[in-house]
Design a binder for this molecule. Sequence first.
Ligand code: NAD
Ligand code: ZN
Ligand code: ZN
Length: 339
Amino acid sequence: MKAAVVVGFGQPLALQDWEIPTPGPGQILVKTEACGVCHTDVHAWHGDWPVKPKPPFIPGHEAIGRVVALGGGVTAVKLGDRVGVPWLYAACGHCEFCLQAWETVCAEAQFGGYTQNGGFAEYLLADPNYVAHIPAGLTPTEAAPLICAGITTYKGIKETEARPGQWIAISGIGGLGHLGVQYAKAMGLRVCAMDIDEGKLAHAKKLGADLVVNARVAEAVATVRAATGGGAHGVLITAPSLGAFKQGVGLTRKLGTCVLVGLPPGEFPTPLFDVVANCITIRGSFVGNRQDMAEALAFAAQGQVKADIELQPLSAINQVMQRLEKGDVASRVVIDFAQ
Ligand code: NAD
Ligand code: ZN
Ligand code: ZN
């Protein structure tokens, strides 16, 4: 099978021929139809985070495909089912976090395209207990971005605890944020979209954002605070840039919640007095659980959310990764295995 492989951090991905893997007991083999390219794949390729994947590995955690082989004992899916193989590739199922449906923070969790080989390949193995079930109305290429960018923003919005009619500020309107704007509108929120790119802001406006603000202008925070009557009730930071995090705390209303989702390496300064005196919550959010996945997909199946996609063949993966790193992708590139 053709696969795009990280052979060393920061080195171009190598297009290699690999053996098609055989599913062991409890595993399934999925024939890839589409796989979105997430900014997390760029972090994985660079080895940006404290916990690193081990080259050689195949990135990609927005893989959609058909189940083509079952290992022993598999009952959760059938041959021919269309499934998604997400970032949350597997978890233990019985620790204190798994028992509370917080399997995303399970110490034994495996991550697709990171600790397990992912979807930048014609086939991949998956755990049938953790795959996404793709609703019949969605094509593989439109479903792909939903299983990371979609679930992550949908869950992140819920974690802000902003209620219908209240304001949410979403910082970073790329692969994640362009879906976040749509989920937030569908959830009845008033949306302020922020980015450093005017094209992304124009797109956010078309997607229904009530207010768009360029994050780079000096008065950005003051503009948002004035327009929202004291700051946004919920803030969702998807930007892979540390500056956006400090700014995000400044956008947050008294008693509001600022949810951190973007994962640039490093730390950001927190204005302690403002956070304490205004009783602001700063909260991390990491993809979502399997029920969040089903809910995030249902919005799209009902036509309330639609990923804006650019299709590319697997052979273009290096150009796509470089463009994503530079902020030069409009919304989401999806590798289309039919090309
Ligand atoms: P992307 O490159 O598609 O989009 C990022 C957007 O942020 C771009 O539109 C860019 O112009 C904008 N941006 C850059 N600097 C900014 C700034 N200072 N202020 C406002 N906007 C700014 O990336 P993506 O695929 O949407 O991923 C975004 C981040 O989210 C990455 O760090 C990724 O690893 C992380 N991520 C986290 C989770 C999670 O579960 N927490 C899941 C998926 C992705
Ligand atoms: Zn992702
Ligand atoms: Zn667990």
